[in-house]
Design a protein around this ligand. Structure first.
Ligand SMILES: Nc1ncnc2c1ncn2[C@@H]1O[C@H](COP(=O)(O)OP(=O)(O)OP(=O)(O)O)[C@@H](O)[C@H]1O
Length: 625
């Protein structure tokens, strides 16, 4: 029989499992039981929706058995089973391994993080086993198959016989070593405790032979006997009352469902009775899933109809901007036979989705008000999605989401909400000021902001690509307009004297500025004396819909570089350089051209924009030296 190799990525994960650097080995049982339960879910759903399939509810169960002598632990389910192809596909490669890249071969800590990110799934069996056998027969198939593997060197698949549909996984438990006790996984008491701890809410009975004692009627001596017992309580967690549950219960459920390997940051357990009734447990994860900001990430909640799983990821239930929410919904008012297409227009589902959205928003607001640190953590992880929510669909949801936004404040040196900003605005302050760029440090030194800081106004620092787009869509908050520190009109009243003086300067240097504009051509709209600069010689400012920052982002997103901000080159006429400039303007035209180009390049650099012609720039610097 041919031995097949695992795919490279799976091999690495297997290696990790076999050498079991992961300390929490016992979770392998939870993983296998959870897979078994998923498989039964699939069968059960099919049975309920297909009248050709006869079934008995009692037929669905999971059985765990221990054979101490042969060091075997067996997990048997009456689920949907796997065909040969499915065995190959599901156990030969890691599910969802698309972007599974190990960065550093030797960095064990990182590996553990990776395991944490992915959930360990079926392969976790190798943490405790020398070899694993999977015997399975799929619904609708006559043939059964046996998959065998002793780890990294590969696996074999052969035909076998199996009477009933379902899957049986036999683990050959490792020998104990000085450091590791594997015998415990052959101990009835331990296994029972593990099932109780991790899999109590599994909705199908988990059966196991339990050793008991009884008094012999005749001899009155105690004797041992075995009895098949259902170990788990089987009540799905969402059917329990909140006061019966503690944090640990929710956490176990979160893990068992593979919502994440982190702890949930927030758990929302609520029931609704009304036109449409349902029960629900929602989670906000505390870490960003590794693929959250990629196309591969699939949002959605598990959807049950009266306790039967009908869809694993029902995306219609949550809006994109809350796609980080995981959880389950169980409603008696949904038909079992609902298809994806029907879902889109399903009235009940729409009502549920609307309510869920409101609930999530309320919970986030209360987190913000009552547990600010946690909210900040949340916002650092998922805030970007909310900002996209403000911006997308032409700002349709902006009113709903604006109170959830936070930005870094120049004054607080921390995240603030828009409401907090507006509350603290100075009496004479007209606008909500913001500066956008790629780092807080750089924004804090932006020449354009000097005049605003002088007035002691607060500035919001926007450092994510989406920020300025969201702000532009918002236009204003509580009747206060947003204004970029780089825009020409900052709405700051100048005193009359100063204004006159400035007009005079502009008039006196009209020709010089015009000349500069001619030298720079289309690169800029205008050259003029700056109102805002104090210590820096030059800066760029912009007005209009596209800011300089947005130009940067747009040009990084596409080849098309035709979208440009309309830029003004502002010159600080009180800076020494301006005197020099005036001098060369009347005495040395070549130098004037050189200085003009260099000043423009300087302004680009300050702005974080690339110099258009680096060779020319370097030549110019050499000339100067
Ligand atoms: N007992 C089983 N019965 C039927 N199919 C199974 C069984 N165990 C595993 N599988 C199949 O093998 C696949 C891989 O299982 P594995 O536990 O590695 O990952 P997963 O459960 O899909 O992902 P994750 O562990 O991240 O939730 C499953 O998706 C399922 O299709």
């Amino acid at each position: 029989m041919e031995k097949r190799e695992f795919k490279a990525e799976s091999k690495r994960l297997l290696d990790l499992m076999i050498n079991s650097i992961y300390t929490n080995k016992e979770i392998f049982l939870r993983e296998l039981i959870s897979n078994a339960s998923d498989a039964i879910d699939k069968y059960y759903y099919k049975a309920l929706t297909d009248s050709d399939i006869n079934f008995n509810k009692e037929d669905f169960f999971i059985n765990i058995s221990i054979d101490k002598e042969n060091r075997e632990l067996t997990i048997k389910d009456t689920g949907i089973g796997m065909t040969r192809e499915e065995l190959e596909d599901n156990l030969g490669i890691i599910a969802r391994s698309g972007s599974f890249n190990f960065k550093n071969e030797n960095d064990k800590k990182e590996d553990i993080d990776i395991i944490g990110q992915f959930g360990v799934g079926f392969y976790s069996a190798f943490m405790v086993s020398d070899s694993v056998k999977v015997k399975t027969k799929a619904l609708g198939e006559n043939e059964a198959f046996l998959w065998k593997s002793s780890g990294a060197e590969g696996y074999t698949i052969e035909s076998t016989t199996k009477e009933k549909i379902g899957t049986e996984i036999v683990l050959k438990i490792k020998e104990s070593t000085e450091d590791e006790d594997y015998d415990e996984f052959l101990d009835e008491y331990t296994i029972k405790a593990l099932i109780k701890r991790y899999s109590d809410f599994i909705r199908y009975p988990i059966k196991m032979m339990i050793t008991k004692q009884r008094q012999n009627d005749d001899s009155k001596e105690y004797e041992e006997y075995k009895e098949l017992e259902i170990i788990n309580s089987m009540v799905p967690i969402w059917r329990k009352n909140k006061n019966e549950l503690d944090e640990q219960d929710y956490e176990n459920f979160y893990r068992e469902k593979h919502f994440g390997m982190d702890k949930p940051l927030k758990t929302i357990h609520f029931n609704v009775d009304g036109m449409v009734s349902y029960r629900s447990i929602l989670f906000i994860p505390s870490n960003t899933p590794y693929d959250f900001y990629t196309k591969e990430y699939e949002k959605g909640l598990e959807l049950y109809s009266s306790g039967v799983l009908i869809m694993e990821k029902c995306s219609e239930l949550i809006p994109d901007y809350f796609s980080f929410v995981k959880g389950v919904i169980d409603s008696e008012d949904l038909s079992l036979n609902i298809s994806r297409e029907m879902l889109q227009n399903n009235r009940e589902l729409k009502l549920i989705a609307k309510k869920i959205e409101e609930k999530i928003k309320d919970e986030l607001k209360s987190l913000l008000e009552n547990e600010r640190e946690k909210y900040k953590e949340f916002f650092k992880n998922f805030g970007k999605g909310i900002k996209f929510g403000v911006y997308n669909d032409f700002g349709m949801n902006k009113e709903k989401l604006q109170d959830l936004l936070m930005f870094y404040s120049s004054k607080e040196k921390d995240l603030v909400t828009l409401d907090e900003y507006v509350e603290k605005m100075k009496e004479d302050q007209k606008y909500i000021y913001y500066a956008s760029g790629d780092s807080i440090d750089r924004l804090d030194k932006l020449p354009q902001s000097e005049i605003i800081k002088d007035k002691d106004y607060e500035i919001l620092y926007l450092t994510e690509d989406v920020d300025e787009f969201a702000i532009k869509i918002l236009i204003s908050y509580k009747d206060k307009e947003f204004r970029s520190v780089s825009s020409e009109d900052l709405g700051i009243e100048e005193d009359k004297e100063k204004k006159k003086e400035e007009e005079k300067t502009n008039e006196a240097n009209k020709d010089l500025f015009l000349s500069m504009k001619e030298i720079l051509g289309d690169k800029i709209n205008e050259v003029k004396s700056s109102k805002r600069l104090k210590n820096y010689p030059v800066c760029l400012s912009s007005d209009g819909d596209i800011s300089i920052e947005m130009e940067k982002i747009l040009s990084s997103m596409s080849e098309d570089s035709s979208i440009k901000a309309s830029k003004t080159l502002e010159i600080n006429v009180n800076h020494d350089i301006f005197n020099t400039l005036q001098k060369v303007y009347s005495d040395d035209k070549d130098k004037f051209i050189l200085y003009t180009n260099l000043l423009y390049d300087q302004a680009l650099l300050i702005e974080g924009l690339p110099i258009e012609d680096p060779i020319e720039f370097s030549k110019n610097i050499s000339k100067l030296m």
